[in-house]
Design a protein around this ligand. Structure first.
Ligand code: CP
Length: 326
């Protein structure tokens, strides 16, 4: 068997959009990570800025609330000297009846090169690719995909261990409301593509068996079994806002069976990381004490959103143009 080198040399990336990770190869993902390493160095300089995207305009289109994704994309674009436009649905003319298509047509007049799109409906970023020639980055669509979150989660795992020797042979356990989680779907896709084993866990009503319908992915409803030997345990949020009715008998029962706690982490690998993409329901899907403990990398995940999103913006805007000019 031919082994993939840990940090394969950078490959040219010609994608015009980042809608999900389906069409991105493992080598392209490693290239994004390598680029994010370089971006992280820019953020360590005295002047934490580079001119790489000078002359480009980046526009964020958020039709659903966000703290981490919206702020880190803005920080990333500004750190690379792009001009930044921000559209917020709640304060826009959508409330006066303007359609999504007319909204985009209006914003197109401001000459954005790239749109960052979050929407509660799955597929909206795809739809926008039909109405504009600009690059589209999916910042979360419904329960379908949140590719930059998965990239920053895997990047955080890769960069936390000083002697990291690759994703092959590593086990990621994801626990919680997986049915409604675009973060879980993107992480399943990404980590399995990089060669890791992914174990999914949660109540039957929140963990459809179809999620484990991928090589390297398994599903159990027993938390201790799921966490056994894991190198990272990621809790994901109970998404009450996406449920029509409660899908488990009581919060107390959920906490008793599925909350990720210091006690349950004793089943994991001794160096296992505690992860959460945020926002957290403290003491629901994860105990507050565990979220704040030494093995928690939740704050690093937030911080790594900036260099990873810088890498994505740079790759789509500049990488693609260099390729086209060749
Ligand atoms: N993880 C994540 O997408 O957080 P926000 O909703 O705050 O952007």
């Amino acid at each position: 068997m031919e082994l993939t080198p840990l940090n394969p040399p950078n490959v040219p990336i010609t994608h015009h959009h980042l809608l999900d990770l389906n069409a991105w190869t493992a080598d392209e993902i490693h290239t994004v990570f390598n680029t994010a390493d370089e971006m992280a160095q820019i953020l360590q300089r005295r002047v934490r800025k580079a001119p790489a995207l000078q002359g480009f305009t980046v526009c964020s289109l958020f039709f659903e609330n966000s703290t981490r994704t919206s702020m880190s994309f803005e920080r990333a674009a500004k750190a690379l000297s792009a001009d930044v436009l921000s559209f917020r649905a709640k304060s826009s003319s959508l409330s006066k009846g303007e359609s999504l298509k007319d909204t985009l047509r209006t914003i197109e007049a401001y000459q954005a090169d790239l749109y960052i799109v979050r929407h509660r409906a799955s597929g909206v970023p795809y739809q926008l690719t039909r109405w504009t020639d600009a690059c589209i980055v999916n910042a979360g669509d419904g329960r379908r995909a949140h590719p930059t979150q998965a990239l920053l989660d895997a990047f955080t795992f890769r960069n936390t261990f000083p002697n990291f020797d690759g994703f092959a042979g590593k086990k990621l356990t994801i626990v919680g409301d997986l049915m409604h989680s675009r973060v879980a779907r993107s992480n399943i896709r990404l980590w399995s593509k990089l060669g890791a084993e992914v174990t999914l866990c949660g109540p039957r009503s929140l963990c459809p068996a179809s999620l484990a319908d991928t090589p390297n992915v398994s599903l159990t409803h027993n938390l201790a079994e799921a966490v056994e030997g894991a190198h990272a345990v990621m809790a994901v949020r109970i998404q009450h806002e996406r449920m029509q009715n409660s899908l488990f008998p009581s919060l107390a029962e959920y906490q008793a069976r599925y909350q990720v706690t210091p006690e349950i982490m004793k089943q994991a690998h001794p160096d296992a990381l505690v992860m959460h993409p945020g926002p957290m329901n403290r003491d629901v899907e994860i105990s507050g004490a565990l979220a704040d403990c030494e093995r928690s990398v939740i704050e690093q995940q937030v911080a790594n959103g900036v260099p990873v999103r810088m890498a994505v913006l740079y790759t789509l805007l500049v990488g693609g143009r260099q390729k086209a000019a060749m």
